[in-house]
Ligand binder design. Sequence first.
Ligand code: 8X3
Length: 247
Amino acid sequence: MHIIVTGATAGLGEQIARDFVVAGHTVYGTGRRLDKLNALKAELGEHFIPLHFDVCDTKAMSEVLGGIDLTKIDVLINNAGLALGLEPAHLADIQDWQTMIDVNIKGLVGVTHLVLPYMVANNHGLIINIGSTAGNHPYFGANVYGASKAFVKQFSNNLRADLINTRVRVTNIEPGMCGGTQFSQVRFKGDNTKAAAVYEGVEYLTASDISNTVQWVASQPWHVNINAIELMPTAQTYAGLAVARDI
Ligand code: 8X3
């Protein structure tokens, strides 16, 4: 298969890209960091094709994606995304909110809008969006991050509606706490102590756990559409109703 993985230069995207190449597929890995893209190319060889652009840069994205043969793409994995900040909404940084909206929402729909027409013309394709448990269950400080992942969930559901008369499939993967990546370092802007505290004493999901799920979804026959998969560590739960007393 020919597979686009956005945000392939770190974390989940890097693992997903690596696993698909090792399994014999061709991966077009997108990212902002040219050095990391080049390192992956050196490691993975001819079946890894680096695509250098930021999903927030609409012009660069359409130029770079316009330079490859999109008719060949079997699978699009919309992985690029980030969380910034964990402050309550009234203390959050508006720039953080806007960046999450730009990457997690605008970037994801931008890539999809460029690739999807080719899948529909081929009557063949699979879009795997990387959502989050945060799109299903609120938690303190998730505000815009969770809302952006709720967008990804409902965008996935609505794509399924529009693609009803095609063989183009859509899946939303919704991971919970995943460690061993830069997710929390990015969220806490380089504060490694805060980032490490998130995972202390927890047997968290790893990038490999999520990549395995992606590989499984992509290996299903075309008549099977996995709508969504929510996965979390056994040590995490979505029970979280809170009560304030005497406020
Ligand atoms: C990642 C899961 O729980 O950190 O999207 O929001 S969580």
